[in-house]
Design a protein around this ligand. Structure first.
Ligand code: 13P
Length: 254
């Protein structure tokens, strides 16, 4: 039985001074849904405020990126040791916006994911195809490549700290959601690919989130699908009531 995991990806949207109020409102609005793992992945500069506000609640905190080196001359980057030291427990790796705007590749996704897991963080590894790739019939090839390279040398024993987020790029921030059947089809492919990489038994334990315009109004039908174990939420994670609406749907789908 996989515990549903709903994570907010705040992206570059919330200031440090606004963070405590949002985290507290989310904790308050989702207290009654104990069967769902609730996470806020925030800009690194918001993490101390988020961790302080989440203390004593069921809400976990994460970052949106990490570097693979422990320290050194990497201006602008943050190490997994810094993230652990800050009290955050999760990190998003390989988001399509990192791939699109910041030169992230499957190889660097792999380095970051392995470093995160080695540090004891839960790595939320993002994969997904562009509209162009889907329309060219390359969906399976893209997902398999992103997993073969991005998850290389991640062993079955590491998978307790692995979450995969399937985010079709064409559904992110566009209001276009994959239909539940479209999403389930790719989630099944992801689980089958994972079975090949780490074994079928372990693959059954790994949570696979859907991300891309998930909202309270469409969450229930997505989360009802067999291989959809949660959501990675952008826009709807920035307001406690809409985020809580998705978490309520996850609780009902458990
Ligand atoms: P939206 O929910 O705003 O479409 O963003 C999804 C996403 O990119 C989460 O990582």
């Amino acid at each position: 039985m996989r515990k549903k995991i709903i994570a907010g990806n705040w992206k570059m949207n919330v200031k440090p001074s606004e963070t405590a109020a949002l985290v507290k409102a989310i904790a308050e609005a989702t207290r009654q849904y104990p069967d769902v793992e609730v996470v806020c992945c925030t800009p690194a500069i918001d993490v101390p405020a988020a961790v302080a506000a989440a203390a004593g609640t069921h809400v976990g905190v994460g970052t949106e990126n990490c570097h693979w080196k422990e320290s050194g001359a990497y201006t602008g980057e943050i190490s997994t040791g810094m993230i652990v030291d800050s009290g955050a427990k999760y990190v998003i790796v390989g988001h399509s916006e990192r791939r699109q705007y910041f030169g992230e590749t499957d190889e660097t996704v792999n380095l970051r994911a392995r470093a995160a897991i080695a540090a004891g963080l839960t790595a939320i590894v993002c994969i997904g195809e562009t509209l162009e790739e889907r329309e060219a019939g390359r969906l399976n090839e893209v997902i398999e490549r992103q997993m073969n390279v991005g998850l290389k040398d991640i062993a079955a024993a590491d998978c307790a700290k692995l979450v995969i987020a399937y985010e079709p790029v064409w559904a992110i921030g566009t209001g276009k959601t994959a239909t539940p059947d479209q999403a389930q089809e790719v989630h099944a492919l992801i689980r089958a690919t994972l079975a090949r990489l780490v074994g079928a038994e372990t693959a059954e334990t790994v949570r696979i989130q859907y991300g891309g315009s998930m909202k309270p109004g469409n969450a229930a039908e997505l989360l009802a699908k067999k291989d959809i174990d949660g959501g990675l939420i952008g826009g709807a994670a920035l307001k406690a009531d809409s985020f809580a609406g998705i978490i309520e749907a996850a609780q009902a789908a458990k």
